[in-house]
Structure formats: structure tokens, C-alpha cells
Ligand binder design. Structure first.
Ligand code: NDP
Length: 316
């Protein structure tokens, strides 16, 4: 159960106590039946280091329970020298899927049996999916981000500025390009990293890719439809700021931050003050998880159940 027992039915009304108790009982029964009569519960894990403080397990467990999908999800600390062993273990134990977080999103790749296009182009894996006896690496970070934008507006033909050139930026740029963004400028403190992303992705997409040096203060030009803050600046730091100024624009700009804690960042506040529509990092986090659950189970989980479980996790 989530911390305050909040669950939603599929029509999104909050379950009352009796409905939650019934669901808990049914879920427990399903787990027992799985052990005694099979098929066994599906197994999942999140591997990374550090992983303490990563709320993915709580979000996934809430989703599985609300779907009455019998499963176990573990959070596992895996050191650099055990990445291969961890993947061998996942395969040997017949896990249905896994999440991969920092610092293993790249180092895990040689031990997998294949990659989706998103994972291949972005060069990073955050989600492992079992297909028969093969374990395929996918990247749902970028897809989760894309969904959080496309509930507002399609990214096709957009002019985009992505600030940052780390793993999250790479996944986002890949997905924006695969979905027809017209032009993406990558502004990063270390400009060579922006160039590396361009070299990797440009041969495979039609999107025009360019780079810029992220200097302080950084002036955001008026011609972007979407501005993405994809650096780690502001994470766990409500005052953390890139020292950005916004040129006035007649466009209805969207400004998205990948940082999810705090949900309301300095960047989003400045974007909103400049007239942009703000999109926080929590949506990306929930959507990337929801996309993973859909791939693992073949069913769509309840977005609100997952979002609520995360919001509650951040208050623990
Ligand atoms: P990386 O370490 O791979 O990249 C960090 C990026 O931040 C680089 O571009 C780096 O620039 C830049 N950066 C760091 N400090 C500064 C600074 N002081 N000034 C300017 N730029 C800076 O991290 P990730 O890409 O994996 O993660 C970035 C953020 O995205 C994190 O906050 C993470 O929590 C969040 N995230 C959110 C997700 C979600 O679902 N909402 C999913 C995944 C990540 P340089 O290259 O010059 O060092």
C-alpha cells in the first residue's frame, strides 16, 4: 500500500478503505496462488549504485498491486565490478524485467542480448525487457519525457533547445529526433559532450542538430517551441539555478525540467514568469515507469496510482 493508502480505480476515483482492503486481500491471495499453483510471480529489480532513495520500487509495486499483477520488485545495490554478474543473475533467475540506473546505464549494454532503437541511438539502457529467452535493453527515459510533452503538443517540427548533454539529455534528444523535431540545439557546459551526441545521432535522423556553449548568464532566444532543462542543476536544491534569461517571445513556449525533486524548480519558475508552459520532471519519471510496466506486462498501468506513490515516497 502507498503511505496513506491512496489508490485509484480505473475511472480514477480514490478508493475508500474497504475497496483498498479488498484489493490488498485479492492481491495477497493471487500471490499465494502463484506460489502454490503457478505461474510464479514475475520478478523485477532496479540495479544501480547508490539506489537508496530511488523510489522506483514503490512506484512499480503500487502499479502491480492496482493491476492485480502478481509480482515482486527489489531494489539492489550493484557495484561496478558486479554488473555482468547482476545481469547473469537476472537471466538465470528468469526475471521478467529490470530497471537500470546510474552509473550502469551504459556499462550494462555488452551483457544484454539486444537493444531497441532508442537504446542503441542514445547509447544507454534504463529498462530491460525479457522477450522469450532474450533480454533486450530499452531506453524509456526519452519516451517518458516525450509523453509528458505530447500530452500538451506534438513535438513534430518543433525548434528545441536542450540544456545539458548527460545521459538524460541523450535519451531525450534521441526521442525528440526520432519523433520529427525540426531542429535541436544542445547547450552544455562541456561543449565536446554536445558534439558527441550530435556525432552519434545525426547520421540516423533528419533533425538538424547544433551545439552551443552554456555560459552564465545564458540567454534563451525567442524562437524555441520547447526548452528542456536536462542538467542535474536544481536536483535536491530548490535554489539551484543555471542563471538563465528568457528573450520575450510571441510563441507559446513549453519549458520542461528533468529534475523531479523538488517538483517546482527555479528553472520552471523563471520559465513560467516568462510566459512559458511549465512541465515538471515528475511526469517524465512516472511515464518512463508506466511505459516499462506496459512493456513487461502487456497492460497499461494506472498513471495516477504511480504518480501518487512517488509523491508520497518523497514525503517519507
Ligand atoms: P549526467 O551526470 O549524465 O549529466 C549531468 C549534466 O548536467 C551534464 O550535462 C553536466 O554538464 C550538467 N551539469 C552538472 N552540473 C552543472 C553545473 N553546475 N552547471 C552546468 N551544467 C551542469 O546526469 P543525467 O543526465 O543522468 O541526469 C541529469 C538529471 O536528470 C538529474 O537531475 C537526474 O535526476 C534527472 N533525471 C530525471 C529523470 C526523470 O525521469 N525525470 C530520468 C533521468 C534523469 P557537463 O557535461 O558540462 O558536466
Amino acid at each position: 500500500m502507498t503511505a496513506n493508502g491512496k489508490y485509484y480505480t480505473m475511472d480514477h476515483h480514490i478508493m475508500n478503505d474497504i475497496e483498498v482492503q479488498d484489493m490488498e486481500k485479492n492481491y495477497e491471495l493471487l500471490s499465494k496462488e502463484a506460489v502454490m499453483h503457478g505461474p510464479l510471480e514475475a520478478l523485477f529489480c532496479c540495479i544501480g549504485n547508490p539506489v537508496i532513495g530511488n523510489p522506483t520500487q514503490l512506484m512499480m509495486e503500487a502499479a502491480f498491486r492496482a493491476m492485480l499483477f502478481p509480482a515482486r520488485y527489489l531494489t539492489c545495490t550493484v557495484t561496478d565490478d558486479h554488473v555482468k554478474g547482476a545481469i547473469d543473475g537476472i537471466k538465470a533467475l528468469g526475471f521478467t524485467g529490470a530497471n537500470v540506473t546510474a552509473p550502469h546505464k551504459v556499462s550494462v549494454i555488452p551483457f544484454l542480448d539486444g537493444l531497441t532503437e532508442s537504446a542503441r541511438l542514445s547509447g544507454a539502457v534504463n529498462c530491460i525487457i525479457r522477450r522469450g529467452d532474450s533480454y533486450i535493453g530499452d531506453n524509456t527515459d526519452g519516451k517518458g519525457f516525450l509523453t509528458s510533452i505530447e500530452v500538451i503538443k506534438p513535438v513534430k517540427d518543433m525548434n528545441v533547445l536542450v540544456i545539458g548533454a548527460g545521459g538524460a539529455a541523450r535519451a531525450i534528444i534521441t526521442e525528440l529526433a526520432l519523433h520529427g523535431a525540426k531542429e535541436i540545439v544542445i547547450a552544455n557546459r562541456t561543449v565536446e559532450k554536445a558534439q558527441q551526441i550530435i556525432d552519434r545521432i545525426a547520421p540516423h535522423v533528419k533533425t538538424k542538430l547544433d551545439k552551443d556553449a552554456l555560459v552564465r548568464p545564458y540567454r534563451i532566444k525567442d524562437d524555441y517551441d520547447l526548452v528542456v532543462q536536462a542538467t542535474s542543476v536544481g536536483l535536491f536544491d530548490p535554489e539551484g539555478s543555471l542563471d538563465i534569461t528568457w528573450e520575450p517571445s510571441r510563441k507559446q513556449r513549453i519549458a520542461a525540467d528533468v529534475v523531479f525533486n523538488p517538483v517546482r524548480t527555479h528553472f520552471l519558475a523563471s520559465a513560467e514568469a516568462a510566459g512559458a508552459t511549465p512541465v515538471d520532471g515528475l511526469g517524465m519519471l512516472v511515464y518512463q515507469g508506466a511505459i516499462a510496466v506496459s512493456q513487461w506486462t502487456g497492460k497499461d498501468p494506472d498513471f495516477l496510482v504511480m504518480k501518487t506513490s512517488l509523491e508520497e515516497a518523497f514525503t517519507i
